[in-house]
Design a protein around this ligand. Structure first.
Ligand code: AMP
Ligand code: ZN
Length: 483
Protein backbone atom coordinates (compact mmCIF):
# COMPACT_ATOMS: atom_id res chain seq x y z
CA UNK A 1 0.00 0.00 0.00
CA UNK A 2 1.44 3.35 -0.94
CA UNK A 3 -0.62 5.62 1.26
CA UNK A 4 -2.34 3.07 3.46
CA UNK A 5 -3.12 5.54 6.21
CA UNK A 6 -5.92 7.15 4.17
CA UNK A 7 -9.28 5.90 5.40
CA UNK A 8 -11.96 6.20 2.77
CA UNK A 9 -15.50 7.10 3.82
CA UNK A 10 -17.97 6.29 1.09
CA UNK A 11 -21.74 6.54 0.90
CA UNK A 12 -23.40 3.15 0.59
CA UNK A 13 -26.78 3.07 -1.15
CA UNK A 14 -27.47 -0.24 0.60
CA UNK A 15 -27.31 1.24 4.12
CA UNK A 16 -28.10 4.84 3.09
CA UNK A 17 -25.11 6.03 5.11
CA UNK A 18 -21.48 6.96 4.77
CA UNK A 19 -19.26 4.09 5.85
CA UNK A 20 -15.58 3.54 6.45
CA UNK A 21 -14.43 1.51 3.51
CA UNK A 22 -12.80 -1.77 4.53
CA UNK A 23 -11.81 -3.90 1.55
CA UNK A 24 -12.41 -7.63 1.67
CA UNK A 25 -8.79 -8.09 0.55
CA UNK A 26 -6.61 -4.96 0.55
CA UNK A 27 -4.30 -6.70 -1.90
CA UNK A 28 -7.11 -6.94 -4.42
CA UNK A 29 -9.78 -4.27 -4.10
CA UNK A 30 -12.52 -5.17 -6.58
CA UNK A 31 -14.95 -2.78 -8.25
CA UNK A 32 -17.63 -3.44 -10.87
CA UNK A 33 -19.36 -0.67 -12.80
CA UNK A 34 -22.20 -1.25 -15.26
CA UNK A 35 -20.95 -0.17 -18.65
CA UNK A 36 -22.68 0.89 -21.83
CA UNK A 37 -25.20 -0.96 -23.93
CA UNK A 38 -23.49 -0.64 -27.28
CA UNK A 39 -26.14 0.33 -29.80
CA UNK A 40 -25.44 4.03 -30.33
CA UNK A 41 -23.10 6.86 -29.36
CA UNK A 42 -22.88 7.36 -25.60
CA UNK A 43 -24.46 10.60 -24.37
CA UNK A 44 -23.00 13.06 -21.90
CA UNK A 45 -25.07 11.49 -19.08
CA UNK A 46 -23.25 8.21 -19.73
CA UNK A 47 -19.99 10.11 -19.38
CA UNK A 48 -20.77 10.81 -15.74
CA UNK A 49 -20.35 7.29 -14.28
CA UNK A 50 -17.31 6.75 -16.52
CA UNK A 51 -15.64 9.85 -15.03
CA UNK A 52 -16.84 9.49 -11.44
CA UNK A 53 -15.73 5.88 -11.12
CA UNK A 54 -12.48 6.68 -12.90
CA UNK A 55 -11.67 9.10 -10.08
CA UNK A 56 -12.58 6.45 -7.52
CA UNK A 57 -10.38 3.94 -9.38
CA UNK A 58 -7.47 6.39 -9.37
CA UNK A 59 -7.99 7.06 -5.66
CA UNK A 60 -8.12 3.34 -4.82
CA UNK A 61 -4.93 2.79 -6.83
CA UNK A 62 -3.26 5.56 -4.90
CA UNK A 63 -4.35 4.24 -1.52
CA UNK A 64 -3.93 0.49 -2.06
CA UNK A 65 -1.34 0.46 -4.83
CA UNK A 66 -1.94 0.22 -8.58
CA UNK A 67 -1.47 -3.54 -8.62
CA UNK A 68 -3.98 -4.05 -5.83
CA UNK A 69 -7.12 -2.84 -7.51
CA UNK A 70 -9.27 -4.63 -10.09
CA UNK A 71 -11.78 -2.52 -11.95
CA UNK A 72 -14.26 -4.28 -14.23
CA UNK A 73 -16.62 -2.33 -16.47
CA UNK A 74 -18.68 -4.43 -18.83
CA UNK A 75 -19.90 -3.99 -22.36
CA UNK A 76 -23.54 -4.99 -22.78
CA UNK A 77 -23.53 -6.38 -26.29
CA UNK A 78 -26.68 -8.49 -26.00
CA UNK A 79 -29.78 -6.35 -25.87
CA UNK A 80 -32.99 -5.85 -27.82
CA UNK A 81 -32.04 -2.24 -28.62
CA UNK A 82 -28.94 -3.58 -30.37
CA UNK A 83 -31.03 -6.02 -32.39
CA UNK A 84 -33.39 -3.26 -33.46
CA UNK A 85 -30.51 -1.01 -34.50
CA UNK A 86 -28.86 -3.83 -36.46
CA UNK A 87 -32.09 -4.58 -38.35
CA UNK A 88 -32.54 -0.88 -39.14
CA UNK A 89 -28.96 -0.11 -40.21
CA UNK A 90 -27.93 -3.35 -41.90
CA UNK A 91 -31.11 -4.99 -43.20
CA UNK A 92 -29.20 -6.90 -45.90
CA UNK A 93 -26.65 -8.55 -43.65
CA UNK A 94 -27.21 -11.85 -41.85
CA UNK A 95 -28.50 -11.06 -38.32
CA UNK A 96 -25.33 -11.97 -36.47
CA UNK A 97 -23.11 -9.98 -38.82
CA UNK A 98 -25.38 -6.97 -38.55
CA UNK A 99 -25.31 -7.16 -34.77
CA UNK A 100 -21.53 -7.54 -34.75
CA UNK A 101 -21.19 -4.43 -36.92
CA UNK A 102 -23.31 -2.38 -34.50
CA UNK A 103 -21.60 -3.58 -31.33
CA UNK A 104 -18.04 -3.37 -32.66
CA UNK A 105 -18.44 0.13 -34.04
CA UNK A 106 -20.20 1.40 -30.94
CA UNK A 107 -17.67 -0.16 -28.58
CA UNK A 108 -14.85 1.48 -30.50
CA UNK A 109 -16.63 4.85 -30.34
CA UNK A 110 -17.12 4.43 -26.60
CA UNK A 111 -13.43 3.68 -26.09
CA UNK A 112 -12.46 6.80 -28.01
CA UNK A 113 -14.95 8.93 -26.11
CA UNK A 114 -13.95 7.88 -22.60
CA UNK A 115 -10.24 8.06 -23.47
CA UNK A 116 -10.81 11.67 -24.58
CA UNK A 117 -12.38 12.31 -21.16
CA UNK A 118 -9.17 11.18 -19.47
CA UNK A 119 -10.57 7.88 -18.15
CA UNK A 120 -8.14 5.03 -17.63
CA UNK A 121 -9.20 1.78 -19.27
CA UNK A 122 -10.61 -0.65 -16.70
CA UNK A 123 -8.53 -3.73 -15.88
CA UNK A 124 -11.22 -5.99 -17.28
CA UNK A 125 -13.87 -5.18 -19.84
CA UNK A 126 -16.05 -8.27 -20.10
CA UNK A 127 -18.58 -8.59 -22.90
CA UNK A 128 -21.91 -10.28 -22.43
CA UNK A 129 -21.50 -12.36 -25.60
CA UNK A 130 -18.36 -13.91 -24.12
CA UNK A 131 -20.18 -15.04 -20.97
CA UNK A 132 -23.28 -16.89 -22.18
CA UNK A 133 -22.08 -20.19 -20.68
CA UNK A 134 -21.64 -18.51 -17.28
CA UNK A 135 -25.13 -17.03 -17.51
CA UNK A 136 -26.65 -20.40 -18.33
CA UNK A 137 -24.79 -22.00 -15.41
CA UNK A 138 -26.04 -19.29 -13.05
CA UNK A 139 -29.62 -19.75 -14.23
CA UNK A 140 -29.35 -23.53 -13.80
CA UNK A 141 -28.19 -23.00 -10.23
CA UNK A 142 -31.10 -20.65 -9.54
CA UNK A 143 -33.58 -23.20 -10.89
CA UNK A 144 -31.96 -25.98 -8.89
CA UNK A 145 -32.15 -24.08 -5.62
CA UNK A 146 -35.75 -22.98 -6.08
CA UNK A 147 -35.27 -19.31 -6.99
CA UNK A 148 -36.17 -19.54 -10.67
CA UNK A 149 -38.66 -21.40 -12.81
CA UNK A 150 -39.19 -22.16 -16.45
CA UNK A 151 -42.42 -21.13 -18.17
CA UNK A 152 -43.20 -21.16 -21.87
CA UNK A 153 -39.59 -21.04 -23.00
CA UNK A 154 -38.75 -18.26 -20.51
CA UNK A 155 -36.90 -18.60 -17.27
CA UNK A 156 -38.01 -16.21 -14.55
CA UNK A 157 -36.62 -15.23 -11.21
CA UNK A 158 -39.14 -15.94 -8.47
CA UNK A 159 -39.00 -12.82 -6.32
CA UNK A 160 -41.19 -14.25 -3.57
CA UNK A 161 -38.86 -17.19 -3.15
CA UNK A 162 -36.23 -14.98 -1.59
CA UNK A 163 -37.17 -14.64 2.03
CA UNK A 164 -34.70 -13.08 4.42
CA UNK A 165 -33.75 -14.43 7.81
CA UNK A 166 -36.83 -13.54 9.83
CA UNK A 167 -37.78 -10.11 8.50
CA UNK A 168 -39.69 -10.98 5.39
CA UNK A 169 -38.90 -10.58 1.77
CA UNK A 170 -35.26 -9.95 0.91
CA UNK A 171 -36.04 -8.76 -2.62
CA UNK A 172 -36.33 -4.96 -2.54
CA UNK A 173 -33.80 -4.27 0.24
CA UNK A 174 -31.38 -2.31 -1.95
CA UNK A 175 -33.99 -0.01 -3.45
CA UNK A 176 -36.13 -0.10 -0.27
CA UNK A 177 -39.30 -0.86 -2.13
CA UNK A 178 -42.01 -3.32 -1.29
CA UNK A 179 -43.49 -5.46 -4.02
CA UNK A 180 -46.60 -3.28 -3.93
CA UNK A 181 -44.51 -0.11 -4.49
CA UNK A 182 -42.74 -1.80 -7.34
CA UNK A 183 -45.90 -2.89 -9.04
CA UNK A 184 -47.41 0.58 -8.63
CA UNK A 185 -44.29 2.37 -9.90
CA UNK A 186 -42.98 0.17 -12.65
CA UNK A 187 -44.11 -0.60 -16.11
CA UNK A 188 -44.40 -4.27 -15.32
CA UNK A 189 -44.68 -6.61 -18.18
CA UNK A 190 -47.73 -8.64 -17.35
CA UNK A 191 -47.40 -12.15 -18.65
CA UNK A 192 -49.73 -15.00 -17.84
CA UNK A 193 -46.85 -17.35 -17.11
CA UNK A 194 -45.42 -15.20 -14.30
CA UNK A 195 -46.07 -16.32 -10.73
CA UNK A 196 -45.72 -12.73 -9.53
CA UNK A 197 -45.88 -9.60 -11.71
CA UNK A 198 -42.42 -8.59 -10.44
CA UNK A 199 -40.75 -11.86 -11.44
CA UNK A 200 -38.16 -10.89 -14.00
CA UNK A 201 -36.69 -12.59 -17.02
CA UNK A 202 -33.42 -14.49 -16.81
CA UNK A 203 -33.72 -16.15 -20.20
CA UNK A 204 -36.10 -15.68 -23.11
CA UNK A 205 -36.69 -17.50 -26.37
CA UNK A 206 -35.16 -16.20 -29.60
CA UNK A 207 -36.62 -16.20 -33.05
CA UNK A 208 -34.96 -15.83 -36.44
CA UNK A 209 -34.42 -12.10 -36.12
CA UNK A 210 -32.72 -12.31 -32.71
CA UNK A 211 -29.36 -13.72 -31.83
CA UNK A 212 -29.83 -16.97 -29.97
CA UNK A 213 -27.80 -19.51 -28.08
CA UNK A 214 -28.58 -23.13 -27.32
CA UNK A 215 -29.63 -23.68 -23.77
CA UNK A 216 -31.48 -26.25 -21.66
CA UNK A 217 -34.57 -24.08 -22.36
CA UNK A 218 -34.19 -24.04 -26.12
CA UNK A 219 -32.67 -21.44 -28.39
CA UNK A 220 -32.75 -18.16 -26.56
CA UNK A 221 -30.95 -15.18 -25.09
CA UNK A 222 -30.30 -13.79 -21.64
CA UNK A 223 -32.10 -10.96 -19.85
CA UNK A 224 -30.04 -7.85 -19.12
CA UNK A 225 -29.66 -8.30 -15.35
CA UNK A 226 -28.19 -11.81 -15.48
CA UNK A 227 -25.44 -10.55 -17.75
CA UNK A 228 -23.91 -8.40 -15.01
CA UNK A 229 -24.30 -11.07 -12.31
CA UNK A 230 -22.44 -13.57 -14.50
CA UNK A 231 -19.65 -11.20 -15.52
CA UNK A 232 -19.12 -9.75 -12.04
CA UNK A 233 -19.12 -13.23 -10.48
CA UNK A 234 -16.64 -14.59 -12.97
CA UNK A 235 -14.12 -11.75 -12.79
CA UNK A 236 -14.50 -10.39 -9.27
CA UNK A 237 -15.78 -13.36 -7.30
CA UNK A 238 -19.05 -14.09 -5.55
CA UNK A 239 -18.58 -11.18 -3.11
CA UNK A 240 -16.60 -8.09 -3.99
CA UNK A 241 -16.08 -4.57 -2.70
CA UNK A 242 -17.80 -1.89 -4.77
CA UNK A 243 -20.57 -1.93 -7.33
CA UNK A 244 -21.30 1.30 -9.16
CA UNK A 245 -23.54 2.89 -11.76
CA UNK A 246 -26.01 5.70 -12.23
CA UNK A 247 -28.86 6.21 -9.76
CA UNK A 248 -31.40 4.99 -12.33
CA UNK A 249 -29.88 1.52 -12.11
CA UNK A 250 -30.74 0.95 -8.44
CA UNK A 251 -34.12 -0.38 -9.46
CA UNK A 252 -34.66 -2.73 -11.11
CA UNK A 253 -31.19 -3.52 -12.51
CA UNK A 254 -29.12 -3.62 -9.33
CA UNK A 255 -31.93 -4.99 -7.19
CA UNK A 256 -32.13 -7.88 -9.65
CA UNK A 257 -28.38 -8.35 -9.83
CA UNK A 258 -28.26 -8.68 -6.05
CA UNK A 259 -31.13 -11.18 -6.04
CA UNK A 260 -29.57 -13.37 -8.72
CA UNK A 261 -26.04 -13.31 -7.34
CA UNK A 262 -26.89 -13.83 -3.69
CA UNK A 263 -29.42 -16.56 -4.37
CA UNK A 264 -27.07 -18.39 -6.73
CA UNK A 265 -24.01 -18.12 -4.50
CA UNK A 266 -25.66 -18.24 -1.09
CA UNK A 267 -23.76 -15.13 -0.02
CA UNK A 268 -24.67 -12.35 2.42
CA UNK A 269 -23.89 -9.69 -0.16
CA UNK A 270 -23.03 -9.31 -3.81
CA UNK A 271 -21.01 -6.14 -3.30
CA UNK A 272 -20.31 -4.63 0.11
CA UNK A 273 -20.74 -1.09 -1.10
CA UNK A 274 -23.16 0.24 -3.71
CA UNK A 275 -22.38 3.64 -5.17
CA UNK A 276 -24.60 5.61 -7.54
CA UNK A 277 -23.98 8.84 -9.36
CA UNK A 278 -26.73 11.42 -9.65
CA UNK A 279 -28.39 12.24 -12.93
CA UNK A 280 -27.40 14.86 -15.41
CA UNK A 281 -29.94 17.01 -17.16
CA UNK A 282 -29.36 19.60 -19.83
CA UNK A 283 -30.38 23.23 -19.38
CA UNK A 284 -32.99 22.38 -16.82
CA UNK A 285 -34.67 19.50 -18.58
CA UNK A 286 -34.25 15.76 -18.77
CA UNK A 287 -32.13 14.98 -21.77
CA UNK A 288 -34.22 13.49 -24.53
CA UNK A 289 -34.20 13.30 -28.30
CA UNK A 290 -37.70 14.72 -28.54
CA UNK A 291 -36.78 17.72 -26.35
CA UNK A 292 -33.89 18.46 -28.71
CA UNK A 293 -31.41 18.64 -25.82
CA UNK A 294 -29.86 15.21 -26.28
CA UNK A 295 -26.08 15.50 -26.63
CA UNK A 296 -23.64 12.72 -27.31
CA UNK A 297 -20.05 12.87 -26.08
CA UNK A 298 -18.99 12.69 -29.71
CA UNK A 299 -21.09 15.72 -30.65
CA UNK A 300 -19.77 17.75 -27.74
CA UNK A 301 -16.13 16.93 -28.47
CA UNK A 302 -16.03 16.68 -32.24
CA UNK A 303 -18.86 18.70 -33.74
CA UNK A 304 -20.21 22.20 -33.29
CA UNK A 305 -23.54 21.17 -31.85
CA UNK A 306 -23.40 22.55 -28.32
CA UNK A 307 -22.62 26.26 -28.09
CA UNK A 308 -21.66 26.25 -31.80
CA UNK A 309 -18.17 24.96 -31.04
CA UNK A 310 -16.18 21.89 -30.08
CA UNK A 311 -15.11 21.36 -26.49
CA UNK A 312 -11.94 19.64 -25.24
CA UNK A 313 -12.59 16.39 -23.36
CA UNK A 314 -10.87 17.76 -20.27
CA UNK A 315 -13.44 20.56 -20.09
CA UNK A 316 -16.25 18.03 -19.93
CA UNK A 317 -14.35 16.06 -17.30
CA UNK A 318 -13.78 19.08 -15.07
CA UNK A 319 -17.34 20.32 -15.65
CA UNK A 320 -18.59 16.99 -14.28
CA UNK A 321 -16.25 16.90 -11.31
CA UNK A 322 -17.12 20.43 -10.17
CA UNK A 323 -20.29 18.86 -8.74
CA UNK A 324 -20.34 16.14 -6.10
CA UNK A 325 -21.12 12.81 -7.76
CA UNK A 326 -24.34 12.24 -5.82
CA UNK A 327 -25.85 15.60 -6.72
CA UNK A 328 -27.79 16.14 -9.90
CA UNK A 329 -25.98 18.17 -12.56
CA UNK A 330 -27.64 20.78 -14.67
CA UNK A 331 -25.47 20.88 -17.73
CA UNK A 332 -25.03 24.14 -19.62
CA UNK A 333 -22.66 26.11 -21.81
CA UNK A 334 -21.91 28.34 -18.82
CA UNK A 335 -20.72 25.35 -16.84
CA UNK A 336 -18.39 24.32 -19.66
CA UNK A 337 -17.06 27.85 -19.96
CA UNK A 338 -16.39 27.96 -16.25
CA UNK A 339 -14.46 24.68 -16.43
CA UNK A 340 -12.54 25.87 -19.45
CA UNK A 341 -11.61 29.12 -17.75
CA UNK A 342 -10.29 27.19 -14.74
CA UNK A 343 -8.21 24.95 -16.99
CA UNK A 344 -6.87 27.92 -18.94
CA UNK A 345 -5.63 29.60 -15.80
CA UNK A 346 -4.10 26.42 -14.37
CA UNK A 347 -2.31 25.56 -17.61
CA UNK A 348 -1.17 29.15 -18.04
CA UNK A 349 0.32 29.21 -14.56
CA UNK A 350 2.09 25.88 -15.11
CA UNK A 351 3.68 27.42 -18.20
CA UNK A 352 4.81 24.16 -19.76
CA UNK A 353 6.80 22.99 -16.78
CA UNK A 354 6.65 19.23 -16.51
CA UNK A 355 4.57 17.77 -13.69
CA UNK A 356 7.05 15.11 -12.68
CA UNK A 357 5.67 11.85 -11.37
CA UNK A 358 6.58 10.57 -7.95
CA UNK A 359 5.44 13.46 -5.77
CA UNK A 360 3.03 13.17 -2.86
CA UNK A 361 -0.41 14.57 -3.48
CA UNK A 362 -1.74 17.46 -1.44
CA UNK A 363 -3.14 15.87 1.76
CA UNK A 364 -6.10 18.29 1.65
CA UNK A 365 -7.06 16.93 -1.76
CA UNK A 366 -6.73 13.38 -0.51
CA UNK A 367 -8.83 14.19 2.54
CA UNK A 368 -11.52 15.72 0.34
CA UNK A 369 -11.61 12.68 -1.95
CA UNK A 370 -11.53 10.30 1.00
CA UNK A 371 -14.67 12.07 2.21
CA UNK A 372 -17.08 10.39 -0.19
CA UNK A 373 -15.25 11.63 -3.27
CA UNK A 374 -15.69 15.33 -2.66
CA UNK A 375 -14.30 16.39 -6.02
CA UNK A 376 -15.49 20.03 -5.89
CA UNK A 377 -13.43 20.60 -2.75
CA UNK A 378 -10.48 18.65 -4.16
CA UNK A 379 -10.53 20.86 -7.25
CA UNK A 380 -10.58 24.02 -5.16
CA UNK A 381 -7.40 22.89 -3.38
CA UNK A 382 -5.72 21.92 -6.63
CA UNK A 383 -6.48 25.34 -8.07
CA UNK A 384 -5.19 27.04 -4.93
CA UNK A 385 -1.99 24.98 -5.02
CA UNK A 386 -1.36 26.01 -8.60
CA UNK A 387 -2.31 29.63 -8.06
CA UNK A 388 0.11 30.16 -5.24
CA UNK A 389 2.71 27.47 -5.26
CA UNK A 390 3.65 26.17 -8.69
CA UNK A 391 7.27 27.21 -8.32
CA UNK A 392 9.79 24.75 -6.95
CA UNK A 393 10.34 21.24 -8.23
CA UNK A 394 8.82 19.68 -5.13
CA UNK A 395 5.63 21.73 -5.52
CA UNK A 396 5.37 20.78 -9.17
CA UNK A 397 5.77 17.10 -8.31
CA UNK A 398 3.06 17.44 -5.64
CA UNK A 399 0.75 19.16 -8.09
CA UNK A 400 1.45 16.42 -10.63
CA UNK A 401 0.53 13.70 -8.15
CA UNK A 402 -2.59 15.57 -7.05
CA UNK A 403 -3.76 16.25 -10.59
CA UNK A 404 -3.23 12.66 -11.63
CA UNK A 405 -5.62 11.35 -8.96
CA UNK A 406 -8.26 13.60 -10.47
CA UNK A 407 -7.16 12.72 -14.00
CA UNK A 408 -6.69 16.42 -14.77
CA UNK A 409 -3.83 18.43 -16.28
CA UNK A 410 -2.50 15.44 -18.15
CA UNK A 411 -1.40 17.64 -21.12
CA UNK A 412 1.31 20.25 -21.37
CA UNK A 413 0.43 23.94 -21.51
CA UNK A 414 1.33 24.05 -25.20
CA UNK A 415 -0.72 20.96 -26.03
CA UNK A 416 -3.68 22.38 -24.12
CA UNK A 417 -3.72 25.70 -25.93
CA UNK A 418 -3.00 24.02 -29.29
CA UNK A 419 -5.90 21.65 -28.68
CA UNK A 420 -8.14 24.62 -28.01
CA UNK A 421 -7.07 26.24 -31.26
CA UNK A 422 -8.02 23.06 -33.05
CA UNK A 423 -11.35 22.80 -31.22
CA UNK A 424 -12.10 26.35 -32.24
CA UNK A 425 -11.43 25.36 -35.85
CA UNK A 426 -8.65 27.94 -36.15
CA UNK A 427 -5.99 27.45 -38.75
CA UNK A 428 -2.68 28.36 -37.08
CA UNK A 429 -1.01 29.10 -40.43
CA UNK A 430 -3.62 31.67 -41.31
CA UNK A 431 -3.24 33.33 -37.90
CA UNK A 432 0.55 33.38 -38.34
CA UNK A 433 0.14 35.12 -41.72
CA UNK A 434 -2.14 37.72 -40.17
CA UNK A 435 0.35 38.35 -37.38
CA UNK A 436 3.16 38.80 -39.93
CA UNK A 437 1.03 41.22 -41.91
CA UNK A 438 0.20 43.19 -38.77
CA UNK A 439 3.87 43.41 -37.74
CA UNK A 440 4.74 44.79 -41.17
CA UNK A 441 1.96 47.37 -40.83
CA UNK A 442 3.27 48.37 -37.41
CA UNK A 443 6.78 48.71 -38.86
CA UNK A 444 5.24 51.06 -41.44
CA UNK A 445 3.44 52.90 -38.62
CA UNK A 446 0.13 52.08 -40.25
CA UNK A 447 -1.58 51.74 -36.88
CA UNK A 448 -5.14 51.84 -38.21
CA UNK A 449 -4.73 48.81 -40.46
CA UNK A 450 -2.70 46.96 -37.82
CA UNK A 451 -5.49 47.45 -35.28
CA UNK A 452 -8.05 46.31 -37.79
CA UNK A 453 -6.29 42.95 -38.12
CA UNK A 454 -6.09 42.65 -34.35
CA UNK A 455 -9.80 43.40 -33.94
CA UNK A 456 -10.86 41.03 -36.68
CA UNK A 457 -8.90 38.22 -35.05
CA UNK A 458 -10.44 39.05 -31.69
CA UNK A 459 -13.89 38.71 -33.18
CA UNK A 460 -12.89 35.16 -34.13
CA UNK A 461 -11.88 34.55 -30.52
CA UNK A 462 -8.16 35.01 -31.12
CA UNK A 463 -6.38 37.30 -28.71
CA UNK A 464 -2.98 38.68 -29.68
CA UNK A 465 -0.33 39.43 -27.11
CA UNK A 466 2.57 41.70 -27.95
CA UNK A 467 5.91 41.29 -26.31
CA UNK A 468 9.63 41.52 -26.90
CA UNK A 469 12.12 38.79 -27.53
CA UNK A 470 14.26 38.90 -24.34
CA UNK A 471 17.48 38.36 -26.31
CA UNK A 472 17.09 40.36 -29.50
CA UNK A 473 14.58 42.92 -28.25
CA UNK A 474 12.55 42.34 -31.41
CA UNK A 475 8.79 42.73 -31.22
CA UNK A 476 7.03 39.35 -31.10
CA UNK A 477 3.36 38.53 -31.07
CA UNK A 478 1.80 35.39 -29.63
CA UNK A 479 -1.85 34.45 -29.59
CA UNK A 480 -4.38 32.40 -27.70
CA UNK A 481 -8.00 31.47 -28.00
CA UNK A 482 -10.49 33.41 -25.90
CA UNK A 483 -14.08 32.43 -25.60
P1 AMP B 1 -27.17 2.92 -20.13
O1 AMP B 1 -26.36 2.68 -21.36
O2 AMP B 1 -28.42 3.73 -20.34
O3 AMP B 1 -27.43 1.66 -19.34
O4 AMP B 1 -26.31 3.85 -19.17
C1 AMP B 1 -24.96 3.62 -18.88
C2 AMP B 1 -24.61 4.32 -17.59
O5 AMP B 1 -24.89 5.73 -17.68
C3 AMP B 1 -25.42 3.83 -16.39
O6 AMP B 1 -24.57 3.78 -15.26
C4 AMP B 1 -26.49 4.89 -16.23
O7 AMP B 1 -26.96 4.95 -14.91
C5 AMP B 1 -25.72 6.14 -16.58
N1 AMP B 1 -26.58 7.24 -17.04
C6 AMP B 1 -27.49 7.20 -18.05
N2 AMP B 1 -28.09 8.41 -18.22
C7 AMP B 1 -27.54 9.25 -17.30
C8 AMP B 1 -27.73 10.63 -16.97
N3 AMP B 1 -28.58 11.42 -17.64
N4 AMP B 1 -27.00 11.15 -15.96
C9 AMP B 1 -26.11 10.39 -15.28
N5 AMP B 1 -25.88 9.08 -15.54
C10 AMP B 1 -26.58 8.50 -16.54
ZN1 ZN C 1 -25.17 -4.07 -14.48
Amino acid sequence: MSGGSTDLHLYNTLTRSKETFVPIDPNNVRMYVCGPTVYDFAHIGNARPAIVFDVLYRLLRHVYGPDHVTYARNITDVDDKINARAARDFPDLPVRDAIARVTETTTEQYHQDVAALGCLPPDIEPRATGHIAEMIALIETLIANGHAYEAEGHVLFDVRSWQGAGDGLEYGKLSRRSLDDMIAGARVEVAPYKRDPMDFVLWKPSTEEHPGWDSPWGNGRPGWHIECSAMAGKHLGTEFDIHGGGIDLVFPHHENEVAQSRCAHGTGSMARLWMHNGFLQVEGRKMSKSEGNFITINELLRTETFGARKWPGEVLRLAMLMTHYKEPIDFSIRRLEEAEGALDSMYRKLDDRALAAGGSPDPRVLAALANDLNTPEAIRWLRADIADGADGEAQLAAIGATASILGLLQSTTTAWFDGKKQSAGIDSDVVAEQIEARLSLIAEKNWGEADRIRDTLLQQGIQLKDGKDPETGARITTWEVRQ
